[in-house]
Design a protein. Sequence first.
Length: 371
Amino acid sequence: MVDHARRSSLSDDKATAEGPGSIREIDASVHDSLREMHGYMRLAREWDLRFEKMFRTGALSKWYSSIGNEATTVAAACAIEAGDSLLTLHRDSGAILRHYLDIHEILPGLIPETSSGRKSVGGDSRQRFLRLACQMLGRKHGFSAGHERSYHYNLIEEQHGLIHIGMISHLGSMIPVAAGTAFAFQQQGNHQVALNFIGEGATSTGDFHEALNIASVWKLPFILVIENNRWAFSTPTSQQYACHQLADRGQGYGIPGVQVDGNDPEAVFTVMSSAVDRARSGEGPTLIEAMLGRHRGHSEVDLVPADEQDGYSSQDPLDLVEKKLVDRSTLSVSDLAEIRNRCASLVMVLVDEAMSMPQPDPDLPRRIHAD
Ligand SMILES: Cc1ncc(C[n+]2csc(CCOP(=O)(O)OP(=O)(O)O)c2C)c(N)n1
Ligand SMILES: [Mg+2]
């Protein structure tokens, strides 16, 4: 059973996130938090860059980039614990890596051994990381046994407190499923929460409305994070919604709706922590709109207008965090280079290992349902 009695905050700053509802001020005090988030952000970036390179050199037939989403996904995942459910889409590798892996185990000494008070999922991190690489490469050892080469899989390891429901490509369809896991937690009375990421494109679906409405009426322990990267495939936000900001929709459901700078992990963590507190204490869901940029084409091949892309590049969340760490004298430029090299080397080793692993047996019957 997960102990949810402790409350933690990872931010050094006292940050306020106020929405139209009742998001509270978080008093933040845990040391080395930004280093922890940075470690996972850098790992997620190197993961993405590796697969992007494979895609560009023809070794991989598709890739959906998570570059630019790391501050939001890593920081949000930092606020949940073992036992909570995580529901992700195609740009959420940061949350997956943060939730699956103990960075102290896979990269000893990379970040300080301070306790965030958060109960991490158990199990063998390296094995899980290797299986994730196998999943991306369609190997037999992947979570879907090679039937799929992306994030369309579930990984439930109850003994380790890991509940990850992978993407449903119909985007908005994720939301009622996520609210459903929150409903199950509520019925069990165990104070666990469901965290679901979606893009702003999914907010135009009926599922968005239905799930948020029922989540609010039933006060479900549910947090919906919209990663608003201003594009849904080739549809810009001007063609997607006419309200001032998507966070405002929370008011219509009677729940807090908060817009946050999705390039700032400390701000995201602060808002998320408040939402998690609210959910665990039975007060119901929160809608969070994280403002990001889409740094790549939808699936790499189409393009974001050049001037817009330049703007996003100057707001790259990893660059911003690294600058902050140097400005605060937490890390030096050479420390950052070392962290980068260690993350890149680990990803390289694991991907190479996964590449050498067996392909799925083509004669095996397709598994449609879980074993
Ligand atoms: C119901 C439905 N319509 C269309 C698609 C094709 N499609 C896949 S991703 C995508 C855009 C998603 O945009 P957004 O939700 O903003 O997420 P982003 O890719 O920007 O992170 C579309 C239209 C789909 N998967 N499901
Ligand atoms: Mg989008």
